[in-house]
Each structure stands twice: as C-alpha cells, then as structure tokens.
Design a protein around this ligand. Structure first.
Ligand code: AMP
Ligand code: MG
Length: 487
C-alpha cells in the first residue's frame, strides 16, 4: 500500500518536535480497519490485505514517505501547569491530503516510548484503544467535530497496568494535533518568535483566510474561541462528558481529542463525573463551559507574545475576547437547544424554558438521550415513550405545557417538526453498560459485541427493529460508573 504523505509539520516546523520510532509489535493482528474513513482520506487500500494493514498501522513496518515524530507540548492538568508533556505514547507518521483538499495527520497511539514518555511505557491496552475507536466514531456519526479512528491493531504483547492487558495500537486521524498546550510549550520555553511561527502555521493549515486579518494571531484566538463554544455546546447537547479537559487535550482545530475517561450520561444530573481521577468534579458535565472559558484564557496568555508583536493594542482585544466567552457560549447553547427542542431559532427569550428543562430533568432523573426522542413522539400524538421515562406520567406536565405553548409561535407543523428533532436528537449513543460489556468481551477475545455496538452507534438517528436494547439507559443495578485514564 502506498500512502501519499505530504508532511508539512515535519518539513517546516523543525524544533517543534522530536524524531521518533515505533517499537515493533511481536504479532500484529487487525482488530478493526475503518474502510469508510480510508476512502474519505483518499487512501488506496485495494489489494492490501489485513496482515499488511496490521503491520503498517501498528508500527511493525514504516510506510514509505512517513517521517515519524513526537510533538512537543505542555499543558495545565487539573489547573496546574506541566511545562513538559508531549507525545509520550503517540507517533505522528505524517500527513495526507484528502481528495477534497483537506489535510489530516495520521498518528499511531500506543506504539512505544518517545522522547516525551517520562516514566511511561508509551503503550496502550486493548480496552482503551477500542473505547476510543468506538466513542470517536460515535461522535463523528453524531456530527460532533472529532478526531477519527482509522485502525485498531492488537500487538500480541502484554501491557502492564494495574494488571497485564493485551496491547493494541490505535491509528488516530486528526485535522492536526496542535493543542492549546502546544502554544503553551513554546510560549513558556522559547518566547515570541516561536509562538508567531506556530500561530502562522496553524493559520495556514486551518484558517488560511485569517492570514490577511490586521492581527492574525488575535483572529486565531477569536476563531478558536468560536469553535470551542460550538464544540462544548455540542457535547452538552448529546450528554457527553470529556473527563480530562486539560489544555493539552484541547485541539486548535475545534475537534474533540483525547478520548480517555469520557462517557455519555444516562439519567440527567448536572454534576455527573465519570473519571476516577476527577475527585473534585472539575470536569463534570455542568462545568465544561466554565472550563472551556478557563482554557481559552490560557490560550490567550500563550498567544499574547505573538499578538503583542503585531500590535500592542491587540492585548486589550485578547482580553475582550476572553471576557466574551460566556456570552458566546450561551449563543451556541441556545442554537443547539433550539434545534433539539424543535424551534426554528432559540434566543435569550427562551432561556427560562431551556434552563428550567434541566432542573426538571434532574429532579425526575430522566434519561437524557431518551427524553428528546420521547418529546418528538408527543408531537406525533404518542405519549407512551414519555410516560415510560418519567417516575409519574405527569411529572413534567408543566414544563411540557410551556414548551407546547412556545411551539405555537413557530410556523412548522408537528410532524415535520418531529422529524427535524429526530434528525438532531440521537436514539443510539454508546451506553456505558454496553460499552463495558463489549470491551470485556473484546479483551477476552470475542469482538462480536463490540462490532455490533460500533454498527449501532454509527447509525444514531434512525430507529431499527432489533436494536431496542441499545436505546435505553443502563439497568438500575449498573453503576455508579467509573472510567479510567490508563491507555
Ligand atoms: P493524557 O492525560 O492522556 O492526555 O496524557 C497526558 C500526558 O501523559 C501526555 O503527555 C501523554 O503522552 C502522557 N502519557 C499518558 N500515558 C502514557 C504512557 N503509557 N506512556 C508514556 N506517556 C504517556
Ligand atoms: Mg492528552
């Protein structure tokens, strides 16, 4: 197989990375290859068998044209600055340009130690690899900007965590791996010139139209804030909790990145946390917008040397942009919630309706995903799905009456509106109990439940006979659910 690499970071950003090599796996075996994504990237895999794909996407064989490297970055982890992180278990093979002109990184995750591994082994266990594959592909199917998964390959080696697990390598595809923490690294260690160089590269790669702005680095900050507001509103709209919103896990592209202890919420509760290491709830569901704001302040700080170099007055502009984050997030949130509730356009006047919904969902412990589908069924004259979700049939009657009244001012009829709601409100998400069961089976050698669940979450919106078990919350005896970082 020939991959037409076009490695812009390697060739133009020397000093921003360390060359690296993969540790050869002892017996690579393909677990899953994403043919649809390969087509999207323009990779020609016809005539390449699984054994060769497994070698290429595990580090056993270096594809021609690859310039493997590990990226340097820093980051605030749980609020504390770590000046040196970097790709400790990831290896950027190179970049490809898809048929539509979009540029993507192809990166191996779990392929062995790099210059940035510190005490880590650079490896990944099969469970977290299949979890990232499943959840990232689910997010893509939901329309949430995200890194993708091209392949999962078992290495044949054991990886020692709290116990030994089978090892695996994930091939991650991202529009780039530049993070807020990448800017922080070069701001902290090198200063303005490097920050300018990184910002110029990010602009060329992601937002070329910003190159002509009066202060391109300020324009970059503005754009990244806009993308983060939309992204975090999108997460909130599907009940997704990232779990480790450290600044090294925030991509400049606006894609969701670094699927660690993330999970989707079943019953709505604003303080939900799944991560075993998030004892204080810093990254709970309800705090994600505030943390995004905090992270954008860190990006602004890192960009300041570049912003100032173009125009000292830009510093004031950066401050205003950061102060404006909560208002911008609210706008993104109203847009998202408006669509979920079947409104042509929601705005400040709907804030009471939207905010009170979450109070009610929490009070009655309602399944978050199921609720919006049941709401659309009310428009079709069927109240049974809603009754089944609520502790008493009329538990949410006052809120539903308010929503109904609000719909009166909308031009669209109920059937059309219900269809529009179903197109944005998923029926199938990766339910935690099913994810855990599928991963346990896969670790024991049976991939069938994981493959089935992957198929389900890749088709989130249209109801299918036979998939009923995937549409409901975990049974009451499941949980409390805890997730772990340990890739
Ligand atoms: P994360 O919390 O997963 O975003 O990772 C934080 C940092 O730890 C990054 O620099 C990772 O590259 C590094 N890291 C995590 N796991 C390992 C590992 N098994 N080996 C080496 N580095 C790791
Ligand atoms: Mg990370």
């Amino acid at each position: 197989m020939n991959i037409a690499f076009d490695n812009s970071f390697h060739s133009t950003m020397e000093g921003f990375y360390a060359p690296a090599e993969a540790a050869p796996p002892s017996a690579p075996r393909m677990l899953m290859f994403n043919h649809a994504l390969a087509v999207r990237l323009g990779l020609d895999v016809a005539g390449t068998d699984n054994a060769e794909l497994a070698r290429l996407f595990s580090g056993a064989e270096l594809p021609a044209g690859a310039d493997p490297l590990a990226l340097a970055y820093a980051g605030h982890q749980f609020g504390h600055f770590s000046p040196q992180l970097g790709d400790g278990r990831a290896l950027l093979l190179g970049e490809v340009v898809a048929p539509d002109g979009a540029r993507f990184d192809i990166q191996l995750k779990g392929s062995g130690p790099t210059a940035f591994s510190r005490n880590g082994d650079g490896k990944a266990a099969i469970g977290p690899v299949l979890r990232e594959y499943l959840v990232s592909e689910a997010m893509a199917a939901l329309g949430v900007p995200t890194t993708r998964s091209l392949a999962a390959v078992a290495t044949g080696d054991r990886v020692q965590r709290e116990r030994a697990h089978p090892g695996a390598v994930l091939t991650r595809v991202a529009s780039s791996h530049i993070r807020v923490g990448t800017f922080q690294f070069f701001a902290a260690h090198f200063g303005a010139e490097h920050v300018v160089q990184l910002s110029d590269y990010a602009i060329r790669r992601h937002f070329p139209e910003l190159a002509d702005a009066p202060n391109p680095h300020l324009a970059l900050l503005d754009r990244v804030i806009g993308l983060q507001c939309a992204l975090i509103a999108h997460w909130a709209g599907v009940g997704f909790i990232h779990g480790v919103m450290n600044t090294d896990n925030v991509a400049i592209s606006g894609e969701t990145i670094d699927y660690g202890p993330c999970a989707f919420m079943d019953r709505f509760s604003v303080n939900t946390v799944f991560s075993s290491i998030d004892a204080n709830g810093r990254y709970s569901y309800g705090r994600q917008p505030q943390i995004m704001h905090w992270n954008m302040a860190r990006l602004a700080e890192a960009l300041l040397p570049a912003i100032h170099a173009v125009d000292p007055a830009g510093v004031e502009g950066a401050k205003e942009l950061v102060e404006g984050v909560p208002d911008r997030f609210r706008l993104a949130w109203f847009a998202r919630m408006g669509a979920k509730l079947g409104l042509a356009k929601a705005d400040q006047a709907d804030s009471e309706l939207i905010d009170s919904l979450f109070v009610e969902l929490e009070r009655h412990g309602v399944d978050f995903t199921g609720f919006f589908r049941a709401l659309a069924m009310l428009l079709r004259g069927d109240g049974a799905p809603m009754d089944a979700l609520l502790p008493q049939p009329d538990a949410m009657a006052p809120w539903i009456a308010g929503w109904w009244a609000r719909l009166e001012s909308e031009p669209v009829g109920p059937i059309e509106r219900a269809a529009a709601m179903d197109a944005v409100n998923p029926l199938y998400i990766p339910r935690n109990h099913q994810v855990e069961a599928a991963l346990a089976a896969a670790e024991a050698g049976d991939m069938a439940p994981w493959l089935r669940l992957l198929d389900v979450v890749q088709h989130p919106y249209v109801e299918r006979p036979g998939w009923e078990e995937f549409a409901g919350p975990a049974p009451d005896d499941f949980g409390p659910y805890t997730t772990f970082c340990g890739t």
